[in-house]
Design a protein around this ligand. Structure first.
Ligand SMILES: Cc1cc2nc3c(=O)[nH]c(=O)nc-3n(C[C@H](O)[C@H](O)[C@H](O)COP(=O)(O)OP(=O)(O)OC[C@H]3O[C@@H](n4cnc5c(N)ncnc54)[C@H](O)[C@@H]3O)c2cc1C
Length: 389
């Protein structure tokens, strides 16, 4: 007999929006989405402007969005890998002239225009979900979820505000830093929060040559393959919405092996914690700075304001010390429930709870992560829809 209680989707970010949309098409049960964020001005390609809006962010290490669409409402729009087949036509490559002077420098170093989640508008899966809400197929409750509670054989989603909503199944999609915390507060799962990964990143600043910031903030990338390390350098025309005279380059290691943890108090990415990551990151950074020197680009500074060329003269020990002081996480957290879930996002022993966001990726993707998150969320939701229908 069909259970009368609705299916809950917790978090309507990249994954949650896809999950709610897919479940609405596959299963007849009522779907309730819990999401504290609202709609953003996401037709604005200048994502650096949005980074300054405090209401859009969770208080977590590295900005994590609090918005309908989550990271997809505010992210850098970069799709460094292939376009997923079922999204064909929704992305495009940046065009010559859409970059500013920082992007032109990266082009001179061997970079190329990036594929963007932008085609006359930002790809934000929340739009499709809101459309289904308009049809009355799903409802959205604008609240944060604190935990999941079992009362006998019934399951309740408990809100930060104290209220509780009974559900027949809960799909957690609150992002790789919040989903494990909800599970930990609920006492659900084993090894929750272990396996956390991110792309270790070093930033170089750049005085801008002119005031022309181009159309997109980041539309030129340079791929670096050095000593087993896969690197991605991105040119940003501005440091933030308010600092326009300085641009920056980020250089990320895209194939790290180090894993960290998230618990109720702390997030520790353990960036460069394993020796291969330290060696590969050093090679990628030297490769990037070497490309700048060969392209005749001078005046590149590290995040402390020192001449970036100094890294080319450093031995391994000094380079290691320099990297430890410079490395930062980006907003690419994944895999914090990789060891707590099976291939369909299920938690052993809890048939009423699944996870479908960046937490379930087995490792951080070697490309920018939104595509992998999207593909996994859809795969998990379609399988779940069959079971719940
Ligand atoms: C600033 C920034 C730049 C980025 N740039 C790129 C890029 O250029 N290319 C790329 O591919 N990827 C990029 N990313 C990463 C990409 O957007 C994320 O990997 C992806 O959005 C993760 O999807 P998710 O569904 O796991 O989490 P999110 O999209 O973060 O969604 C989580 C959702 O859960 C909600 N939530 C949080 N706590 C609770 C709670 N307690 N209860 C209910 N809901 C809650 C949040 O409001 C949010 O909507 C960027 C991300 C950010 C933030």
């Amino acid at each position: 007999m069909e259970d009368a209680a609705p299916v809950a989707v917790v978090g309507a970010g990249t994954a949650g929006s896809i999950v709610a949309r897919a479940l609405a098409s596959r299963c007849r049960r009522e779907i309730v989405v819990f999401e504290p964020g609202g709609l953003t001005d996401d037709d604005n390609p200048r994502f650096m402007d949005q980074l300054g809006e405090a209401t859009l962010w969770e208080d977590l290490p590295g900005p994590q969005a609090r918005a309908l669409g989550g990271g997809s409402a505010v992210n850098g729009l970069i799709l460094s890998g292939e376009e997923p087949v079922w999204l064909r036509g929704l992305t495009r490559f940046a065009r010559a002239g859409e970059e500013g002077s920082v992007g032109r420098e990266l082009l001179a170093m061997g970079g190329r225009h990036s594929r963007l989640w932008w085609h006359s508008g930002r790809w934000n899966p929340a739009r499709a979900m809101v459309h289904v809400e308009d049809e009355g197929r799903i409802s959205i409750i604008r609240s944060s979820v604190e935990r999941i509670e079992s009362r006998g054989d019934r399951t309740f989603v408990v809100l930060d505000s104290g209220g509780a909503v009974e559900c027949s199944h809960v799909v957690l999609c609150a992002g790789a830093l919040v989903t494990p915390r909800i599970l930990l507060r609920s006492g659900i799962g084993s090894r929750v929060g272990t396996g956390l990964q991110n792309h270790p990143t070093v930033t170089f600043t750049r005085r801008r040559a002119d005031d022309d910031t181009g159309l997109f903030d980041a539309c030129v990338v340079l791929e670096l393959l050095e000593d087993g390390g896969k690197g991605l350098a991105v040119a940003y025309e501005r440091m933030s919405g308010s600092i326009s005279g300085t641009g920056m380059f980020t250089v990320s290691l895209m194939n790290p092996v180090s894993r960290g943890t998230v618990d109720l108090e702390n997030v520790d990415f353990r960036l460069l914690g394993e020796a291969p990551d330290m060696r590969r990151m050093a090679a990628v950074v030297r490769g990037f700075v070497g490309s700048a020197v060969r392209a005749g680009i001078h005046g590149l500074a590290d995040a402390a304001g020192a001449d970036a060329q100094a890294v080319l003269g450093m031995g391994d020990a000094d380079m290691g010390t320099w990297l430890e002081s410079m490395v930062q996480p980006v907003s690419h957290a994944t895999s914090s429930c990789a060891f707590s879930t099976d291939a369909l996002g299920r938690i052993p022993g809890r048939p009423d709870v699944s996870v479908a966001d960046a937490s379930v990726l087995r490792g951080v993707p070697q490309e920018t992560p939104a595509a992998s998150v999207t593909i996994e969320a859809r795969r998990i939701a379609l399988a779940l829809g069959e079971v719940l229908s």
